[in-house]
Design a protein around this ligand. Structure first.
Ligand code: NAD
Length: 379
């Protein structure tokens, strides 16, 4: 059984899908591992480290992928990038299937089984495979680090002989995995931290991290969590009340980190241009929802925009990739945990269990078709 780790082709992608640690584990399962030269470079992993772990270094992507039973990637490969893999090979990555739905058929036509890691069910058994959580944790941490770097003042309170400096006020909007890590990191920097969410369960989590919870806690708020633990899209009445609360709070904030998302929907706009105009010059907004349309009206994905009144709005894209070594370590572990379930330990071959709920939830392409219920219409 051959496992291939081609280098990422997006120049903005700094992560890698396997580390020497996971390469060793795959070899322990009887696999032969081929890593494309330079694949780990941007995550601080040299070819020599993979070789030491037992991998073969391939001179290019095509020779790494050739004859592979399993191909591991961070971002979705194009159909030509997996050409040469065995028929029925498992291709495992963050596939972004909603964004690239028109390209799924091309992947299917290559005869591979493409698995989307971000569709992994959030059940206890699959926690170790949850790439959304592992990467969101890092993105939340990095959002505070980037805000601190862009902020032209200090964050903690300082009492010096030359006078005192008040602590920065930091507001986190959206308290999922990224938001919780942003709160914890913001607290460590010495800021005065407040946070908001529409899911009531988050209140206790915010308080337990030593931050203050701010939200419109009406009847709708009490019902805002779906059975799956996600936020619902709120009514226009609720959004109006939320805007009024945000407007009065945000004008006093120095740093705002936004992370609010609703599955399958564009990100809710929580910060209007008028709210930005009410903030002090030099304030910072880091928008982690930038790729899904942004939580701030002025956000531009991948760019830092300065508003007329001097507020910097950072449209964060691939936040986890800003700490690529840690992000890759965790991502590679997530991938190993899933790939291991596709391997027969006795015969050392790829043996996908088609009835496994994890396979059913993540499998996008098989035998030239699109078996996933959410994407069948695209075939
Ligand atoms: P997410 O990335 O989908 O959304 C981020 C946050 O934005 C959520 O907390 C959401 O409630 C919030 N939000 C949405 N609309 C909002 C609005 N209008 N105003 C303010 N906030 C808004 O969330 P996530 O990080 O993926 O986490 C979602 C849930 O899944 C959480 O309950 C989390 O604890 C849970 N979870 C479970 C597991 C597991 O059991 N394996 C793993 C990870 C996360």
């Amino acid at each position: 059984m051959r496992i291939a780790i081609p280098a990422e082709t997006d120049p903005a992608e700094s992560r890698v899908a396997a580390t020497p640690e996971t390469v060793k584990k795959f070899i322990g399962l009887g696999a032969e591992v081929a890593v494309e030269t330079g694949a780990g470079e941007r995550s601080g992993v040299a070819d020599a480290a993979y070789e030491k772990a037992g991998a073969v270094i391939a001179p290019d992507a095509a020779s790494a992928v050739s004859g592979a039973d399993i191909v591991l990637r961070v971002q979705r490969p194009t159909s030509s990038e997996i050409r040469g893999a065995k028929p029925g090979a498992a291709v495992i990555a963050i596939m972004d299937p909603y964004e690239y739905v028109s390209e799924l058929q091309a992947l299917a036509s290559e005869g591979v089984c493409a698995f989307a890691m971000e569709l992994m069910p959030r059940i206890t058994r699959a926690q170790v495979m949850d790439v959304l959580s592992s990467q969101a944790n890092i993105a939340g941490y990095r959002a505070i680090i980037e805000a601190a770097a862009a902020y032209e003042r200090v964050i903690p309170m300082m009492t010096t002989a030359a006078g005192s400096v008040p602590p920065a006020k930091i507001f986190i909007m959206g308290v999922g995995v990224a938001g919780l890590q942003a709160i914890a990191t913001a607290r460590r920097t010495g800021g005065v931290v407040t946070a908001t969410d529409v899911r009531p369960a988050t209140k206790e989590q915010v308080l337990s991290l030593g931050a203050k919870f701010i939200a419109v806690e009406d009847e709708e708020f009490k019902q805002a969590e779906t059975a799956a633990g996600y936020a619902k899209e709120m009514s226009s009445e609720y959004q109006e009340k939320q805007r009024a609360l945000t407007a009065s709070h945000i004008s006093k904030q120095d740093i705002v980190v936004t992370t609010a998302l609703i599955p399958g929907r564009p990100a809710p706009v929580l910060i209007t241009a008028d709210m930005v105009a009410s903030m002090r010059p030099g304030s910072i907004i880091v928008d982690l929802a930038a790729e899904r349309g942004g939580n701030c009206e002025l956000t531009q994905p991948g760019e830092t925009v300065t508003s007329e009144n001097g507020v910097k709005i950072i449209g964060s894209v691939n936040g986890a990739g800003r700490a690529p070594a840690t992000a890759s370590e965790l991502y590679a572990k997530n991938l190993f945990a899933f790939a291991e379930t596709l391997i027969d330990k006795e015969t050392h071959t790829l043996a996908i269990k088609w009835d496994d709920e994890l396979v059913k939830a993540t499998l996008l392409t098989k035998d030239g078709a699109l078996p996933h219920p959410r994407f069948q219409a695209a075939s």
